[in-house]
Design a protein around this ligand. Sequence first.
Ligand SMILES: [Zn+2]
Length: 215
Amino acid sequence: MTASLVDMTLPSWASHLEHKLAPPHLLLVQAFVNTLDLDLRTDVLAHADEARAWLADAGLREPRQPDPDFAADLQLARDVREALRAMIAHNAEGNPLTTEDNPLTEAELRPLERVTSQAGLRLDVTPDGHVRLGTMTPARSLADGLAGLLLTIRDAQADGSWDRLKLCGNPDCLWAFYDRSHSRRGAWCEMASCGNRHKNRNLRARRARRAALSS
Ligand SMILES: [Zn+2]
């Protein structure tokens, strides 16, 4: 079992996460995807200054990079965020939002290809004989930083933890949460806020249909 973050102080770049936290190795992926909060209608990447600060704080982009690049970087960050959200959507077994044969679209794959083609990846052999693939550290460009997220995802796919990172089944929420349930069938970021809201909405719709039928 991976170390839990309960009772640990969250890093500043993850301060917007409150519940169903991913284990430390996936926390940055979760925090990055959740920089867009559909429920609260907030977006850390909406404004250049806030986005620049967050990306630097999270170690995804060198803050001293020349600023003329930043508009393009910001677009790349937003596009990759939605591509990762689409990847996470595939993990939701039984999620009404996804079906099994739901491949990533061209538009979702394109920003990821930009990352993989632009990033400075390096292969190292450590003195104890381990072969490691990594990015330039600290990240020289945003593509390097985002490629680091893809490597994290690759490792999590190999150890099985990736499957537990899911999107909330409420289409107005789509929050990325980590499903620690034994059954691995969690569907909501929070039962109280999204699960019940979703059920109430279905209940209201059923009642409205029934009322319409009986009138
Ligand atoms: Zn939710």
